[in-house]
Design a protein around this ligand. Structure first.
Ligand code: 4NP
Length: 144
């Protein structure tokens, strides 16, 4: 699960998908394309909305997406088109590029919908993001 800062959207996506899959079969992680929040805990508003839905993300720490992630993961879900561009720019071949998917394509195929960045908004943005990610992760978990 990849976003820009790895403190708002992708930690929620990681926590939500983890809650829906068998941890012994599916390894889920998240990262940001930016470096600003490496080592940081998730944004307090993401922690709060997760907690409200019984998803604890407090043990997550920010890390930056690296080219090695293309080897370590079969699927790379990005939150928006800008994340997609940043991740694709690091890909070394078509096999790696094909791993990269816009997460909301899972529920709105071919509509090219972004998970909006809630960082500069209020709490309601985080609730909306949670809902979108929960629906998308339900679809992903069902398929996995
Ligand atoms: P995220 O949100 O990509 O959903 O984690 C952001 C968090 C921090 C920043 C940007 C986006 N930032 O510029 O610090």
């Amino acid at each position: 699960m990849v976003c820009l800062g790895n403190i708002c959207r992708s930690p929620l996506a990681e926590g939500i998908l983890k809650s829906k899959v068998n941890a012994s079969k599916v390894f889920v992680d998240s990262a940001g394309t930016g470096h600003w929040h490496v080592g940081d805990e998730p944004d307090q508003r993401s922690i709060a909305v997760g907690k409200k839905h019984n998803i604890d993300i407090t043990n997550q720490r920010g890390r930056q997406f690296t080219v090695k992630d293309f080897e370590d993961f079969d699927l790379i879900y990005v939150m928006d088109n800008s994340n997609k561009e940043n991740v694709l720019a690091l890909a070394e071949n078509d096999f790696q590029k094909e791993k990269v998917k816009l997460i909301l394509d899972e529920i709105f195929p071919d509509e090219n919908v972004d998970v909006p960045d809630p960082y500069f908004g209020g709490n309601s943005g985080f609730e909306k993001v949670f809902k979108m990610l929960d629906e998308a992760c339900e679809e992903i978990a069902g398929r996995l």
